[in-house]
Design a binder for this molecule. Structure first.
Ligand SMILES: CC(=O)N[C@@H](C)C(=O)N[C@@H](C)C(=O)O
Length: 656
């Protein structure tokens, strides 16, 4: 022990107050946010309540749960959901996870279903709600699994826009149909017009969408419908009516998601701000919002530029950056015209629901965690841009090992875990990620990579992965590890890679096609591209046409890039973690990978999590996954962790 009380311990073995139990149980996830008069409502997902979604209200003084204990608020439209509820004069409308029906819950009342029971389990799903000014109707997206559409010979659910009677007295009326996907039905302030988005296979909503506008007749039917913006190669995001009746969107027509005012006669949109920065985001979840228009016409926008995020005020020609104590902003912005509510945090600030008005200090309404961990245990991220093997640039946040109680032997360098995000059309940000801090506080370095294909760096960067999935993302992930090893920040002999979903595919592909990593942890990762194209859900059923090539025409490429076909080339041990009921990357993907690894005597362990779908929501699943991952690295890298962990021995092929 040194004079200042610090001990010298090898990296990875450091004792840390950030336990797996804390990682698992601390950390509500905030979803949709809605403002109703003076009150703020949001959906929060609670790991300690089996991942249940709860609508919570803040009335300016106190916070209380709105939905009853037995209700799990969560829509499964597009499987990823989003826009699970809305509020009108204190009455809440929400989608229930168990039956996917829409419920109406008046102030101090009980929820009652306002949509019919489906024929099949969860056969009628609803999301992205908008209530008419008189409170009599609810406009929303419906995904019908009872009535399927024949798409290229494949049966798939039918999506449409519907109008519900708010009291449930009538059957839902279909008001717009015929496209594969619908999103964002939004009524103009006078209620006379409806704007919404559509897109069709094989496009994803970040490839190209159409912005429609129609007039709303007294009987609710739509007339004079027209497409006012968008198309195959222009992704429109978040149609928003200003209080004065102007329509605003984010569009990536400039190659960046910039903001525009859209004339309703179909003439060219007028830029509000056009620059190399992102004011929109990929529409993985319905109801996402990155900006709001205040009553005085000022736009409050969250912006991503060069790996950093901030809030800007846009007022005519003026653009000003707001100085707020947050570094990361989720696409969950809502406004009452004077104040803005958003979800924000930072490397040392738990993600929080925050209300703010220009000129005022922000009010933190709810924190995702009450975790009292001394800042000294939290790694400080650095955004790095590194050169890739083909001379291009890629980006990552580097988090060094951080723990005030311990130092490492002078001749040792830390093991590295490279985090690869899902999507792949997504991004990672430097928010307070307790899983990541679990590793850094034990003496790991972490690189959290925004490989090419990620969002936040413009359309060209995003599309650099098209046709190259499994190649460019994997190489960029390896090059991040190499960059840290070359600059002395990681031990080149102890490099691990981990990721979920498309990030899990990066893990498996890196191990199968390269020799860079010594261990890989795949959370519900893709192993067999052809099977994914055949079996995944409607929303992503043609995503791989862009990422890999048309299926089945490009079947050979699918086979060439599928880790399951090349398990004989894997040397490094593999940990696979999989939700039993995952509809996005089914359990069969992990099982096929395990069979292929076993056939080739590659050390592996598979952990299957009951009652989990895509992404683990329950505290006990999250705790088991985190501890198992550390146990796996300690086994592979041969160190003795400070924690009492479950035994994971991939060499024994045990399925813990
Ligand atoms: C291409 C594909 O199917 N991707 C999904 C498996 C995926 O990665 N989804 C993201 C959004 C996730 O993080 O789950």
């Amino acid at each position: 022990m040194s004079d200042d009380g610090t001990r010298t311990e090898p990296y990875g073995t450091w004792p840390s107050p950030i336990s797996a139990e804390l990682v698992a149980s601390e950390g509500r996830t905030f979803g949709h946010v809605a403002v109703d008069g003076e009150d703020v409502y949001w959906r929060e997902q609670r790991p300690t309540e089996d991942g249940r979604g709860v609508i919570v209200r803040y009335d300016g003084e106190a916070t209380e749960d709105v939905t009853p204990e037995e209700v799990n608020v969560r829509t499964l439209v597009h499987e990823y959901g989003g826009g699970d509820f809305t509020v009108h004069d204190g009455t809440v409308f929400f989608a229930a996870f168990d039956d996917q029906r829409v419920y109406r819950q008046p102030p101090d009342g009980e929820p009652t279903a306002i949509t019919p029971a489906p024929e099949s389990e969860r056969g009628l799903r609803y999301a992205d709600f908008e209530v008419s000014a008189d409170g009599r109707h609810v406009y929303c997206v419906r995904e019908n699994h009872d009535v399927t559409t024949d798409e290229d010979g494949a049966e798939e659910p039918t999506n449409a826009l519907v109008r519900l009677a708010a009291d449930g007295s009538n059957e839902p009326e279909v008001i717009a149909s015929g496209h594969d996907f619908y999103a964002a039905p939004r009524l103009s302030p006078d209620g006379d017009r409806l704007a919404w988005l559509t897109w069709d296979h094989p496009r994803m909503p970040w490839d190209g969408t159409e912005l429609h506008v129609a007039t709303v007749a007294d009987d609710g039917t739509l007339a004079d419908e027209r497409v006012v913006l968008g198309g195959d190669a222009e992704a429109i995001f978040q149609p928003t009516w200003a209080p004065g009746g102007d329509l605003y969107v984010a569009s990536d027509r400039s190659d960046w998601w910039n903001l525009y005012r859209v004339p309703l006669d179909g003439s060219a949109p007028e830029p509000v701000v056009e620059r190399s920065a992102e004011y929109g985001a990929p529409l993985w979840k319905l109801g996402m919002a990155t900006f709001a228009v205040l009553d005085d016409g000022t736009i409050v926008a969250t912006v991503t530029e060069d790996g950093t995020q901030r809030v800007e005020l846009l007022d005519g020609e003026d653009r000003s950056v707001v100085d707020l104590p947050f570094e990361v902003f989720a696409p969950r912005v809502s406004s009452d015209g004077e104040t803005v509510t958003f979800v924000a945090g930072g490397p040392r600030t738990p993600t929080s629901v925050v209300r703010w008005a220009p000129g005022d200090d922000p009010e933190i309404i709810r924190r995702s965690t009450t975790l009292e961990v001394d800042d000294e245990y939290l790694a400080t991220p650095e955004h790095v841009t590194y050169e890739t093997r083909d001379g291009e640039a890629s980006h990552a946040y580097v988090h060094p090992p951080t723990n005030p109680d311990v130092e490492s032997p002078a001749d040792e360098r830390p093991p590295l875990v490279v985090f690869a995000h899902g999507g792949p059309t997504g991004a990672t940000f430097p928010d307070l990620n307790l899983t990541l801090q679990y590793f850094t506080s034990r003496g790991f370095a972490v690189a959290d990579v925004n490989y090419r294909g990620s969002t936040g760096y413009g359309r060209e960067y995003r599309e650099a992965l098209y046709g190259e999935w499994g190649i460019t993302d994997v190489e960029d992930t390896i090059d991040a590890a190499q960059y840290l090893a070359d600059t002395g920040r990681a031990d080149p002999d102890r490099l691990a890679v981990r990721g979920g979903s498309a990030g899990g595919f990066v893990v498996l592909a890196a191990l199968a096609f390269h020799d860079a990593f010594d261990a890989g942890a795949s959370y519900f990762g893709v192993a067999d591209l052809g099977r994914l194209a055949e079996l995944t859900h409607k929303f992503e059923s043609h995503y791989l046409d862009q990422l890999v090539g048309p299926y089945p025409e490009a079947e050979d490429t699918y086979r060439e890039r599928s880790p399951v076909e090349h398990a004989d080339r894997i040397d490094a041990p593999v940990l696979l973690l999989q939700g039993e009921d995952d509809p996005v990357v089914p359990l069969s993907q992990a099982e096929a990978m395990v069979d292929a690894l076993d056939e080739n005597d590659v050390p592996n362990s598979l952990l299957v999590f009951e009652d989990e779908r895509h992404g683990f929501r329950r505290a006990n699943s999250r705790e088991r996954a985190t501890e198992s991952e550390l146990a796996f690295y300690s086994e592979v890298f041969g160190f003795e962790p400070a924690d009492d962990l479950p035994r994971i021995d991939p060499a024994a092929g045990d399925d813990a």
